[in-house]
Design a protein around this ligand. Structure first.
Ligand code: PLP
Length: 390
């Protein structure tokens, strides 16, 4: 008998964690590595949030909570969604889960049948395709192209929609490209899917990490779209809380109930005191978020200018998230090879573009959620090291 279930062969991975492990191994052997591979803020979680968690711990928030979350925290999240995204949400639409990622897993698990088509961004967050395959869905990539500032092309999307399309996944601001969909893009996407029984999984985890003053539009705020949209959001990126494992989804209450059922069958609930910390994050002072975003913007500019000054590299200025996705096509090499070269030769950990799908070939992803000193050190090392493979 085989040990592992057949379905395990369908599951993909997130390469960032593999490269992090490789980099840690090199560090253990004494090599100095600059970490630009992993997508997490290097800042500490703001103190008011840590204090709220400590207070919750000593106030008895140490037990199970209802599967979809503590009612007052669901209510707080609904209020935040109404204010910030202009979506008419109520507490029963909210499910609190351990991170943003479980919303991907659970919402696809709850709605996609074998043979259903799911359209998802490529290059895009690798877990989308992994989970679509895991449940037997048919992954339908929509290419994001540099010529279009890594926004999806609405005409191309129109051609990919078929009667079998069950779900469309969008992610703006996007990982790995930093691309941001315009309000016109979002309206055109809504016009395409409205009335076709297509669910939209809108991954809005980076929607506070934006560098222009143009407000972002959530697709769920458009007429007729709220019942058909699952918003994925959370605390990991905005509040530098990746290790807390706290996120949520906002969706039709019938879907929320199915996700709560999946929670009962897996986690039971999200940790009680972290939920209370999340309440403080949303209702407490927001100045630290503003400071973090201003600092990310400064780093983005240093990163993009630095990359563009290296011969053979060109990099767009992303409008959101904390990643750049520069073009390395002039090297004529598999970018995974370039990423390996940079890790072993220069001690700079980054990811080859194909870690995010086939349309990522020719690009590398660098996270600039690292100090300016480290970014400058990495840029110098990249420039010197690339001379060896030209
Ligand atoms: N969505 C995107 C696009 C991401 O890049 C990430 C994390 O890297 C997540 C969701 C998941 O975030 P979390 O750590 O809250 O599970």
């Amino acid at each position: 008998k085989k040990v592992f279930a057949d379905r395990m062969s369908l599951l993909g991975t997130e390469t960032a964690f593999e490269v992090l492990a490789k980099a840690k191994k090199l560090e253990a052997q004494g090599k100095d590595v600059v970490h630009l591979e992993i997508g997490e803020p290097d800042f500490d979680t703001p103190k008011n949030i840590i204090d709220a968690a400590c207070l919750a711990l000593t106030s008895g928030y140490t037990h199970y909570t209802p599967a979809p979350g503590i009612p007052e925290v669901r209510e707080t999240i609904a209020g935040y969604i109404r204010n910030h995204k202009k979506v008419d949400a109520s507490a029963e639409d909210v499910v609190i889960v351990p991170g943003g990622k479980p919303i991907m897993f659970f919402s696809i698990m709850a709605t996609v049948n074998p043979g259903d088509e799911v359209i998802y961004p490529n290059p895009g967050f690798p877990i989308y395709e992994s989970v679509i395959r895991f449940v037997g869905g048919t992954p339908v990539p929509i290419p994001l192209r540099e010529e279009n500032q890594f926004r999806l092309d609405v005409n191309e999307l129109a051609r990919l929609i078929t009667p079998k399309t069950k779900m469309l996944i969008i992610n703006s601001p996007g990982n790995p490209t930093g691309g941001v969909l315009t309000s016109d893009d979002i309206k055109a996407i809504a016009d395409l899917v409205r009335g076709k029984d297509i669910l939209v999984l809108s991954d809005e985890i980076y929607d506070r990490i934006v560098y222009s003053d143009t407000p972002l539009l959530s697709i769920a705020s458009l007429p007729g779209m709220k019942d058909w949209t699952i918003i994925l959001d959370g605390f990991s990126k905005t509040y530098a809380m990746t290790g807390w494992r706290l996120g949520y989804g906002v969706m039709h209450p019938e879907i929320a109930a199915r996700i709560a059922q999946l929670m009962v069958n897996s986690n039971s609930c999200t940790s009680a005191f972290t939920q209370m910390a999340g309440k403080e994050a949303l209702t407490g002072p927001q100045n630290e978020v503003e400071n973090m975003v201003a600092e990310f913007k400064r780093r983005r500019d240093i990163m993009v200018n630095g990359l563009n000054s290296i011969s053979g590299v060109s990099c767009l200025l992303p409008e959101g998230s904390f990643y750049v996705f520069p073009n390395f096509k002039s090297f004529g090499k598999d970018t995974k090879e370039i990423a390996d070269h940079l890790l072993y030769d220069a001690g700079v950990a980054c990811l080859g573009g194909t870690a995010f799908g086939s349309y990522g070939e020719g690009y590398l992803r660098f996270s600039y959620a690292n100090s300016v000193a480290n970014i400058e050190k990495a840029l110098e090392r990249i420039e010197t090291s690339l001379l060896k493979i030209r």
